[in-house]
Design a protein around this ligand. Structure first.
Ligand code: FES
Length: 108
């Protein structure tokens, strides 16, 4: 794997979250508490874009069925629900992040 440039840190700080496609891989970048986190922009449940979800206190909520995901680890904090049924899903894929010369790189 290799660290690939994704965006300017200053732009990400301003926007708080961005989605990028790096080598055909959709990636969600989030600036939170002076750190940058990167995870797959595809929900581990049914692949909805997590970029469209809500974000609060380090947790992103998938807009499709409400899965809650810890952006630091990708762990599922709350399983998605379809009608009344809770569905167990694997953790979201996360990527190591490196900041260099004002640019954000992820290990893809
Ligand atoms: S696609 Fe994200 S919770 Fe269903």
């Amino acid at each position: 794997m290799a660290f690939l440039e994704t965006c300017d840190l200053a732009t990400l700080k301003l926007r708080k979250k961005m989605k990028k496609t790096i080598r055909d891989t959709p990636v969600l970048l989030i600036h939170h508490e002076e750190k940058v986190y990167a995870l797959s922009d595809r929900c581990p449940h049914r692949k909805a874009s997590l970029y469209k979800g809500g974000f609060k206190d380090g947790i992103i909520t998938c807009a499709a069925h409400g899965a809650e995901i810890d952006i630091k680890t990708g762990a599922i904090v709350k399983n998605p629900k379809i009608t009344f049924f809770s569905v167990k899903v694997p953790a979201a894929k996360t990527y190591a992040v490196k900041i260099q010369d004002g640019k954000v790189f992820i290990d893809l």
